[in-house]
Design a protein around this ligand. Structure first.
Ligand SMILES: N[C@@H](CCC(=O)N[C@@H](CS)C(=O)NCC(=O)O)C(=O)O
Length: 217
């Protein structure tokens, strides 16, 4: 894979997931920083890269654009040990990628972003609703991981990469993982995988509510 380009925001865990897999694949790529809170996803030029104006976006070596972190992980993992060959196991990976988007991100990534950038109060109704959803999600993940090493087929795959992306910062969204020992053990196993790295950056000052210009303001 030569000539890959990643439209990327350093403080986004959706982008971090892709950077993590690229690091573990040992793939060369060019990083194109997109300053979300300086309004860089709001331009007409960026809408041609990502109609939904999101990061990450992968540009392939023949100039095609692929948005959505889950789709990018599947594309990059094809033909590698990070995606099983067996159709049922591949479908299980897809299952966890869908679950991550629908049920892991809102109560962890979405809550963490809004708390850290002053968009939600920890004691507010919306934060409480997300936290309740999060506790149910953590219970389900812990149960799934009891007696399993990884999410699918006893092997580290992009399902683990995707879920790790936000789960490893659950504490910053106010969750105490001590009650979920299988999740804690899995986080540690993921950190021990060859090529693991963590370059997720803290939110900069312009990410705070009202301080910048983005789809969130
Ligand atoms: N489902 C998308 C979500 C992407 C997303 O929400 N990205 C955020 C950063 S974590 C973003 O780029 N927001 C800026 C915007 O939408 O303008 C994915 O997984 O790629």
């Amino acid at each position: 894979m030569n000539g890959l380009r990643l439209y990327d925001y350093a403080a986004s865990a959706n982008c971090y997931k892709v950077r993590l897999l690229l690091a573990q694949l040992g793939a060369e790529y060019e990083r194109v920083p997109v300053e979300i809170f300086a309004g860089e996803t709001l331009t007409d030029a960026y809408a041609r890269v990502s109609p939904a104006r999101t990061t990450p976006v992968l540009e392939t070596d023949d100039g095609r654009f692929l948005p959505e972190s889950a789709a990018i992980l599947l594309f990059l993992a094809d033909g590698t040990p990070f995606l099983p060959d067996d159709p049922f196991e591949r479908a299980q990976v897809a299952r966890w990628l869908v679950y991550e988007q629908a049920d892991v991100i809102p109560p962890i990534g979405g809550l963490r972003f809004r708390l850290l950038t002053g968009r939600l109060e920890p004691g507010g109704e919306e934060a409480g609703r997300r936290r309740r959803d999060g506790l149910e999600m953590l219970r389900l993940l812990d149960e799934h991981l009891s007696g399993r090493e990884f999410f699918v087929a006893a092997a580290y795959s992009v399902a683990d990469v995707a879920i790790y992306g936000y789960l490893h910062v659950a504490g910053e969204a106010g969750y105490d993982l001590a009650a979920y020992p299988h999740v804690v053990a899995w986080l540690e196993r993921v950190r021990r995988q060859p090529g693991h790295m963590n370059d997720l950056q803290p939110y900069p000052a312009n990410a705070r509510a009202g301080a910048g210009r983005s789809v969130y303001d």
